[in-house]
Design a protein around this ligand. Structure first.
Ligand SMILES: NC(=O)c1ccc[n+]([C@@H]2O[C@H](COP(=O)([O-])OP(=O)(O)OC[C@H]3O[C@@H](n4cnc5c(N)ncnc54)[C@H](OP(=O)(O)O)[C@@H]3O)[C@@H](O)[C@H]2O)c1
Length: 191
């Protein structure tokens, strides 16, 4: 069943729903990644930067969709993301968290996410990290929402994937938010 109101997509009154979301077939699996110029995506189970516009961008891209994340990324967020179906992948058979669907392998996580698409009428499964889950799900992805952070960072979570053979369909450059902050670019890549 297709959603017909903003609340069907889990959105607040006032937040817009693109009418094309209600009619077009599912896009498939997308990755939502923010990455430094040296490939770093995390340090000490946190993001190495604070960029408000990127957090808002992430929210716009994921609200109303099933999101798949690794258990470490879930721990770093600390709670389910509101207005999204949260699917956490772990090998630990005892792991549980309230408000979260647990999957013990990626194939199960993807199957659960597709079930959610059919149930809610959402069009896209958003894989939201971290590095291990991005690497494993990349072969299944048809789109990547990449925030390129225009600075190198120290970190222990790295996504080294070369996206040069993907087609760029959107690009939006942003100046630093603070005098010492990094510039960044929102890029959409399609296979
Ligand atoms: N910049 C970004 O866009 C972004 C986005 C998200 C996260 N991050 C950062 O990335 C870092 C976390 O990344 P990470 O690579 O360390 O961890 P992760 O991908 O978030 O989680 C890894 C965990 O997921 C589970 N897992 C992975 N593959 C599995 C499989 N095939 N089957 C079952 N379970 C599986 C395992 O959990 P168990 O150990 O419980 O078995 C594994 O330890 C943090 O620093 C975070 O802040 C960055």
């Amino acid at each position: 069943m297709c959603p017909h109101t903003a609340s069907d997509l889990g959105q607040n009154p006032g937040e817009s729903v693109n009418s094309s979301d209600l009619t077009e077939p599912p896009v498939g699996i997308s990755l939502v990644v923010a990455r430094a110029s040296n490939g770093v995506i995390g340090v000490g189970n946190k993001l190495p930067w604070h960029i408000s516009a990127d957090l808002q961008h992430f929210k716009r891209l994921t609200v109303g969709k099933p999101v798949i994340m690794g258990r470490k990324t879930y721990d770093s967020i600390g709670k389910p993301l509101p207005r999204r179906t949260n699917i956490v992948v772990t090998r630990d058979p005892a792991w549980r968290a309230e408000g979260v669907i647990v999957a013990h392998d990626l194939a199960t996580a993807l199957a659960l996410a597709y079930e959610d698409l059919h149930r809610t009428g959402a069009r896209e499964v958003a894989v939201i990290g971290g590095a291990e889950i991005f690497r494993e799900s990349l072969p299944h992805a048809v789109r990547v929402y990449l925030t390129e952070i225009r600075r190198a960072y120290d970190g222990d979570a790295v996504l080294a994937t070369d996206f040069s053979d993907w087609r760029e369909t959107a690009r939006e450059d942003h100046a630093p938010e603070t005098p010492d902050g990094p510039a960044f670019t929102f890029i959409t890549l399609e296979r």
